[in-house]
Design a protein around this ligand. Sequence first.
Ligand code: ZN
Length: 249
Amino acid sequence: MGSLLHPPIPCDSGIPDYRGPGGLWRRDPEAEKLVTYEYYMRDPEIRRRSWQMRRKNRALRAEPNAAHRAIVDLERSGVPVRVITQNVDGLHQLAGLPARKVLELHGSARQFICTKCHARGPMEDALARLDAGEDDPPCLECGGILKSATVMFGQRLDPVVLAEAVAITKACQLFFAVGSSLQVQPAAGLAGIAADHGARLTVINAEPTPYDEIADEVVREPIGTALPRLLGSLGGHDGDQGDQGDQGD
Ligand code: ZN
């Protein structure tokens, strides 16, 4: 699954954005270490480079687009909506979707987390410490190593979040898989789970996906026009449409 859009810049979630054509790793294979848990934990230099990357990404951050806003509009019309996303950019919440409606399978780049005591806080607070001169800011509670609250390579997805995503997927009536190649498990499998449990499956993606054959509808047009059109036709009903998952890379 993924999200509604491909972030224009690599955020430090990991997965596909780094690996695509022109992705960071093609240009700098060493960069993979910056988002690999094992290297991050044992090498202070990797951490310093990671913090510099987060600082740079802060300035490049994307804004919510028409697809994000279409989901917010649908939710406000009274249709129960849930978003399951692989994106770590927090743009659904920024667009106005209540945080409890968004399941972030790969975590959030907008927060930091302590690898020892699991204290969390706004990423901005950690970046402010960089601005003030620290290069690898330790946890203020316990002195542990901080990282962004995203899932790095070598880390498992949060089993609680994943279980909730599966439960929502089984219960929904409409499932939109948006902007995802649907090739990264376990997230991609949610499209199959939705179909197996009787949801109407719509795949919106520029390229073919392994789930096109079982989809009720496959849409190739750009997400920014497809999603507002498809969701716009759902709004205004009583809350009888069930939940919806959105996926993307
Ligand atoms: Zn701590």
